[in-house]
Design a protein around this ligand. Structure first.
Ligand code: SAM
Length: 300
């Protein structure tokens, strides 16, 4: 037995509360199987899913390395009213298990994310990124990632330099590259995410312009400055980031923040104002907010 698989059972179409609960507790490496979601995708893109789909409950699967982690999360979830089971599983299962959850996702009107082993024929206006997210967060299905993608599409101009903090699978850095960013730095505190991002960034042809670094927030960035900075991380971490990030943003640059539950958005906006930023756009999708901010003392 090499890892522990924790399974949260939800009614079909009702995984949001459990997902939000995981993300605000800094747990990103989960997978969702939801017959309702699959039916919705099928209705929108019927050519993607050819098999008969499951019906019944939805499940969220979280894989944990130690019994202690599994026990702690099991306790936390059951105390908060979720229906949870845990089982031991072996490494060979894990290596292929996450693949069954990966799907083709239309992340914006023109960007499609697809797992490497699935085929997709793009429409003439679409660009396709290929991802093997493995254990790192960032398959493109989550609202927080989609908000960032939409804001990057809107605010990125040619010849820009982008910093992606908390890159996970590398998805936002790759989107930047596809939209014409000419220099990229992607960072993550998690070495597994850094390795995954490196592979994905190379697979999509951007390793020559992208430096992937392991470190906490801005510690591996030094004196460099950027035109676009993205950070899709939890609120408590974004509040720390906001204190120092202005020094890394060019005067007419855009800071894109996501991973913000609507009920805590006021904390981010207050801190942004205090630290010299002004809100230019807010996207709300279900319970999640994505923000585009600029430095407030610059007249554009
Ligand atoms: C929600 S995921 C975002 C992944 C991807 N950027 C996306 O938008 O889908 C957050 C990522 O931030 C990383 N992270 C968390 N705290 C961090 C910190 N203090 N510094 C850098 N990265 C951090 C996590 O390891 C995780 O990969």
């Amino acid at each position: 037995m090499d890892y522990f698989e924790l399974k949260i059972t939800c009614d079909a179409g009702m995984t949001e509360d459990a997902e939000n609960f995981l993300v605000i507790h800094d747990i990103y490496n989960y997978f969702v199987t939801d017959p309702k979601l699959e039916a919705d995708i099928m209705a929108e893109m019927p050519w993607l899913l050819k098999d008969e789909r499951d019906t019944g409950d939805a499940y969220i699967t979280v894989c944990l390395e130690t019994a202690k982690e599994a026990e702690d999360l099991f306790g936390l979830l059951t105390e908060n009213g979720f229906s949870v089971s845990v089982r031991g599983a072996n490494d060979s299962e894990w290596k292929d298990n996450w693949k069954q959850f990966a799907k083709i996702v239309k992340i914006t009107d023109t960007l499609v994310v697809k797992p490497a082993w699935l085929d997709y024929e793009p429409l003439p206006n679409e660009k396709v990124l290929e991802l093997d997210s493995g254990a790192a967060f960032g398959t493109g299905t989550h609202e927080t990632t989609q908000a960032c993608a939409r804001l990057i599409c809107k605010y990125q101009k040619d010849q820009t330099k982008m910093l992606d903090i908390g890159t996970g699978s590398g998805i936002l850095a790759i989107i930047g590259g596809m939209l014409g960013v000419t220099e990229l730095v992607a960072t993550d505190i998690d070495p597994v995410a850094v390795d995954t991002a490196k592979i994905n960034i190379e697979k999509n042809g951007f390793s020559h312009i992208c430096d992937v670094r392991c470190g906490d927030l801005l510690e591996c960035v030094g004196e460099e400055t950027f035109d676009i900075i993205t950070a899709n991380i939890i609120v408590d971490v974004l509040l720390i980031l906001l204190k120092d990030v202005k020094q890394c943003l060019n005067p007419d640059g855009v800071l894109i923040l996501s991973g913000i539950l609507e009920e805590r958005c006021h904390e981010i906006l207050a801190s942004a104002e205090e630290n010299g930023f002004v809100l230019v756009e807010k996207i709300v999708d279900h319970d999640w907010c994505g923000l585009a901010l600029r430095i407030s003392d610059i007249n554009l």
